[in-house]
Design a protein around this ligand. Structure first.
Ligand SMILES: Nc1ncnc2c1ncn2[C@@H]1O[C@H](COP(=O)(O)OP(=O)(O)OP(=O)(O)O)[C@@H](O)[C@H]1O
Ligand SMILES: [Mg+2]
Length: 415
């Protein structure tokens, strides 16, 4: 029975095994060790594609259904609702299972091994505020692995896996993994005893890059589609503000596939007629009509990454799929302001992790940054303010968790 280590991420997925004593990551896409956790159901060809191929199908405007951030749905009732997705009636649980099966097939094709057991990463808390949902999320993920044909699955906290794969740490010194991904932020305090890694405390919060995208989209993009704008009442001469729900859903990666309902289209049509300023609502109408929600989300994500670069102070969010020359402006200051609450939540979670281990911040000698969103300066600033004496290690942001799972998968027991 061979075990495959799998980091099923909100945004990116990687898988690995131990080979000659070192983590070996599967080439999950030609030339790449990670692939976007994206799925595209192609209407015309009646095939399902994954990763970069799925992203490209969306960007190319192929007819079909695109999904990303499925991990965020684990634990919620939406996971088990059976609905028509393109050419098949499926639950999202089955979609996740198909994705995990594709990973297994690619690993088996590359290594010639059969992987009937999975060692899967999981965030410390899928859902921070709801313990029932948090527990259900692992139940759902386990079931997805079983549907995918794995005979058994065990779980390991993602930051604990990253600790296994991190660089050297002096005896007696303490390290802190700061793993800020697409969906969650996770922390583990650890030490080394010989070549063993001992975990002292782990903690997490459901905040990540997809929430940053959402916040940026709501404040910087959605007003261009009518968020906060006024609409005349259909009857009488009063007016009201357009309801927020449609804008919130359009800004939320995992909700976008479900916004293109006849009701929402009708509402946008009415707003375009009754809006005091009809222009933004006409844009909303065409976004729903042409199913551009994911295109907007990708544009927001690209703008976020662009403005984070050191030599750039003003970036645009490219909305030209909606309208000629339409851009939303994004400055460094605006992004810092929009993300301030999220950054504070992440800081609070780091403080709570210390409290769980009864440690003062100056006991941490090294911070290891993991996860794509740890590349954001807002995050680094929070962490360096909290741990001014710690050395900073930049691990392989996108593969450290999978490396650790590959190491742990080769042992009888995780850790
Ligand atoms: N250069 C960058 N600067 C800032 N953010 C980035 C950068 N590159 C990627 N990101 C963001 O990082 C996130 C993805 O990171 P990562 O792949 O580590 O997440 P994940 O492992 O899929 O998610 P999770 O662990 O939360 O389930 C996305 O939100 C993406 O927008
Ligand atoms: Mg991750």
């Amino acid at each position: 029975m061979a075990t495959l280590g799998i980091d099923f991420g909100t945004s990116n997925t990687a898988a690995g095994v131990l080979a000659a004593g070192r983590p070996h990551l599967i080439t999950v896409e030609p030339g790449r060790k990670t692939l976007p956790t994206s799925v595209f159901f192609d209407y015309d060809r009646k095939v399902t594609t994954y990763g970069s191929v799925a992203n490209a199908a969306l960007i190319d405007g192929r007819e079909g259904r695109f999904m990303r951030a499925l991990k965020s749905v684990l634990g919620t009732p939406l996971m088990r609702e059976r609905r028509q997705i393109a050419y098949a009636r499926l639950t999202l649980l089955e979609v996740v299972a198909q994705f995990l099966q594709m990973i297994r097939e690619r690993a088996e094709a590359e290594t010639g091994q059969t992987y009937d057991v999975a060692l899967s990463g999981r965030p410390v808390r899928f859902h921070s505020l709801d313990p029932v949902r948090n527990a259900q999320a692992e139940v759902d993920l386990r079931e997805a692995y079983l549907i995918a044909g794995y005979k058994d699955v065990s779980f390991m906290y993602e930051p604990e896996a990253a600790a296994l794969a991190s660089g050297p740490l002096e005896a007696g010194a303490l390290g802190l993994i700061v793993d800020i991904g697409g969906g969650t932020s996770d922390f583990s305090i650890f030490e080394r005893q010989g070549d063993r890694t001992r975990i002292i405390a782990s903690h997490g919060v459901r905040v990540g890059g997809t929430d940053f995208d959402r916040a940026i989209s709501i404040t910087e993009v959605m007003p261009l589609l009518g968020r906060g704008a006024e609409v005349r009442n259909a009857i009488g001469d009063g007016r009201h503000t357009a309801p927020n729900a449609i804008f919130n859903d359009l800004a939320t990666w995992q909700k976008i596939p479900f916004v293109y309902t006849p009701e929402n289209r009708r509402m946008a049509e009415d707003f375009a007629k009754l809006g005091i300023d009809p222009v933004p609502f006409a844009r909303l109408e065409s976004v729903l009509d042409m199913e551009l929600g994911h295109d907007i989300a990708f544009a927001v994500e690209a703008g976020k990454i662009q403005i984070n670069k050191p030599d750039i102070s003003d970036a645009g969010i490219d909305l030209r799929v909606i309208e000629r020359n339409l851009w939303a402006r994004l400055t460094k200051a605006a992004m810092a302001a929009v993300l301030a609450d999220h950054a504070a939540q992440i800081r609070q979670c780091a403080i709570e992790t210390l409290a769980m281990a009864d440690l003062a911040p100056d006991r941490i000698s090294k911070i290891v940054f993991v996860g794509g969103s740890s590349l954001l300066h807002v995050i680094e600033d929070e962490m360096t303010a909290l741990f001014p004496h710690a050395a900073l290690e930049r691990a392989e942001a996108f593969t450290a968790v999978a490396d650790g799972l590959a190491i742990a998968a080769a042992r009888d027991l995780p850790l």
